[in-house]
Each structure stands twice: as structure tokens, then as C-alpha cells.
Design a protein around this ligand. Sequence first.
Ligand SMILES: [Zn+2]
Length: 164
Amino acid sequence: MRRNFLKILGSYFLGFLVYPFSSAIANNVIGYNTKLSKNEDEYNIINTDLTDEQKKIMFDEATERAGSSILNREKREGTYHCANCGVKLFESTAKFDSGTGWPSFTEAIPGVFKTKIDYSFGMKRTEYHCANCGAHHGHVFDDGPNGGKRYCNNGLCLLFIPSS
Ligand SMILES: [Zn+2]
């Protein structure tokens, strides 16, 4: 058990170190090899096309590997939506390159997230969930550009809709 925890912890921090080499790693979600902690019908799964990786992040609070999301490189105008329920969460104008390897935004559409304090990995962080469906999306920090926020979002939880 302890060994497993250390392994997960190790791969979490390794995510920062091995980026940009992380695309060579076979699976993209930390904690993916473990099963969902509840039966699927106990989760609020609205999009029945969600992959196992997406479910693991959105409902069991796993994290995708840094640098693994194609949305890191997405620069088009458009909107970012919850991959589970479709609610609009971010405008492309709020997106910026944080250098962390996860899609990052300075602000969210008002009222779309609920937050709670997360003490995992020995850190105190503010995690946020879709207020509409409850799906976990990421963590929000106060170190964004120009004194703003930094919403650090798992790309697999987002659906990008280009405006053109
Ligand atoms: Zn949602």
C-alpha cells in the first residue's frame, strides 16, 4: 500500500521533470491502472462516451500526465466545455501558456465551478469541480498572469469548440 502510494507520488512529480518527454509514456493518466473506486452508476456520468481515463480523472480525481494533452497547443478562438455535461467553462481569450504542461486559464465563466480544499500529496491546494455535473477538472492557484488566477485543468476533462 505504502509502496503504491510512493509510486503514485513519484510519478506525479516525475510528470514535471520528464515533460516534454512524457508523450513517450504509454498511458496518460496517473492512477489509471487502478479501477474506479465506485460502481459507474454511482457517478453522475452524463456523457456515456467518456473513456476510462476521463472517468478516472473526472470522478476519482486522477491527474493526466503533464504535457499529454493536445489542448496544450490549442491556440484557436473558441470555447472550452465540460467533457461530461457540456457546460461552457472557459473562453479561449482566458487561455495562456503556463509552462506546466496542463491547459491553463486566467479566469472561468462566473459560477461554473465549485471549489474545495485538497490536502493530497502533502500540499494544500484548491480543487474545482463543474458546478453542473460535479466532475473534477483541476486546481486553481493565485499565481496567474498579472496577479490573476491560474486554473490548471486536465485537458481530458475539456471539450474545445472552435468558433469558426
Ligand atoms: Zn460538467
